[in-house]
Ligand binder design. Structure first.
Ligand code: NAD
Length: 298
C-alpha cells in the first residue's frame, strides 16, 4: 500500500485567508467598513505572546483592523471585564478574543460569558456552544472548523462515515463532534476513560486526535485508508537533542496505513488563525445585517 496523501494545511489556510481577504475588500468597497478584531492578552506567557503576534499580523494581511490589548499579569478580573464591556460597545470591533489561559486569579468562564456572543469569534460563549449543539448558525471554535475544512478537502461529503474524535475538551473535542454530527457522520467521542481505545479507533473512517500526548495514536490503531486529522501540538526533544513539534499521532507509522493525514506542523495549526479571520468576517457581516456567505467548505 502506498503512503497516505499528506493534507497541506499551510496551503489550505492560505486559500482561506485569500478568500477572507477578498470578502474584506468587497465590504470596504460596497459598505465602507472593514471588520475589526481585538485580541486581549493578560500576562507574559511566551506561547500566548507568539500566538497573539501571529494573529495580529494575519489580521492586518487580510485587510482587517487589528487591535491588541496587552495587560499586565496582575490585572484584576474587574478591569478585564471592563475592557471586554468597552470592546462590546465599540462598533468598529466585530470580534473579541481573550487569549487563554488567563492568570489563575481571573475566572475564565466569567470573562468568556461577558463577551457579546455576536463578537465571540472563539465560539466559546454558552450561546454559541448551545446554538452549535442545536445545529443553528453560530460562531464555531476555530480549530474544529479548520479540522473539518481539511477533512472535506479529501472527501467533500462525509455523510455516513464512522468518525471517532479522541478528546472531549470544550475547545476541540466537543465542538468537533458537533460539527461531524452536522455532516451526517456517526460520531464516537473517546476520552481518557474510554475502554479499548485502540479498537474504537480502528472503526474510524475519519479519526480526529485531540489528546495532547505526543505520538499517542499508533499506526496499528488506524483503519487502512482512513482520514486522520491530528490536532495535537506537542513539543518534544528529538533524537538530535533539539526541540521539535509532533502531533498526537505517530506520523511515521500512521502515514503507512491512513488514506490521508495532516502533518504536524503544517496541518491543523495554520488553519486555526485562518478560521479566526473567517469568524471575524462572519461576525462583522452578521453585525451589519448582511448575508453571511459560507465558504471554505465548512
Ligand atoms: P485538553 O487537555 O483540554 O483535552 C485533552 C483530551 O484528551 C481530554 O478530553 C482527555 O479526556 C483526552 N485524553 C487524555 N488522555 C487520554 C488518553 N490516555 N486516552 C484517551 N483520551 C485521552 O486538550 P485540548 O485543548 O483539547 O487540546 C488537545 C491537543 O490539541 C493538544 O495537543 C493541544 O496543544 C492541541 N491544540 C491544537 C490547536 C491548534 O491550533 N492546532 C488548538 C487547540 C489545541
Amino acid at each position: 500500500m502506498s503512503d497516505a496523501r499528506i493534507i497541506d494545511g499551510k496551503a489550505i489556510a492560505a486559500q482561506v485567508r485569500a478568500e477572507v481577504g477578498g470578502h474584506v475588500a468587497n465590504l470596504k468597497r460596497d459598505h465602507g467598513f472593514v471588520p475589526g478584531l481585538a485580541v486581549v492578552l493578560v500576562g507574559e506567557d511566551p506561547a500566548s505572546k507568539v500566538y497573539v503576534k501571529n494573529k495580529a499580523l494575519q489580521t492586518v494581511e487580510v485587510g482587517m483592523k487589528s487591535v491588541e490589548h496587552k495587560l499586565p499579569a496582575e490585572t484584576s478580573e474587574a478591569a478585564l471585564l471592563e475592557l471586554v464591556g468597552a470592546l462590546n460597545r465599540d462598533a468598529t470591533i466585530h470580534g473579541i478574543l481573550v487569549q487563554m489561559p488567563l492568570p489563575k486569579h481571573i475566572d475564565s468562564l466569567k470573562v468568556i460569558e461577558a463577551i457579546d456572543p455576536m463578537k465571540d469569534v472563539d465560539g466559546f460563549h454558552a450561546v454559541n456552544v448551545g446554538r452549535l449543539s442545536i445545529g443553528e448558525r453560530c460562531l464555531v471554535p476555530c480549530t474544529p472548523t479548520g479540522s473539518l475544512i481539511l477533512a472535506k478537502t479529501v472527501m467533500p461529503s462525509l455523510k455516513g462515515l464512522d468518525a471517532v474524535v479522541i478528546g472531549r475538551s470544550n475547545i476541540v473535542g466537543k465542538p468537533m463532534a458537533q460539527l461531524l454530527i452536522k455532516e451526517d457522520c456517526t460520531v464516537t467521542i473517546a476520552h481518557s476513560r474510554t475502554r479499548d481505545l485502540e479498537a474504537v479507533c480502528r472503526r474510524a473512517d475519519l479519526l480526529v486526535a485531540a489528546v495532547g500526548r505526543p505520538e499517542f495514536v499508533k499506526g496499528s490503531w488506524i483503519k487502512p485508508g482512513a482520514i486522520v486529522i491530528d490536532v495535537g501540538i506537542n513539543r518534544i526533544t528529538g533524537a538530535d537533542g533539539k526541540g521539535k513539534l509532533v502531533g498526537d499521532v505517530d506520523f511515521a507509522e500512521a502515514v503507512k496505513v491512513a488514506g490521508s493525514i495532516t502533518p504536524v506542523p503544517g496541518g491543523v495549526g495554520p488553519m486555526t488563525i485562518a478560521c479566526l479571520l473567517k469568524n471575524t468576517l462572519e461576525a462583522a457581516q452578521m453585525q451589519h445585517g448582511l448575508e453571511v456567505k459560507s465558504f471554505g467548505q465548512a
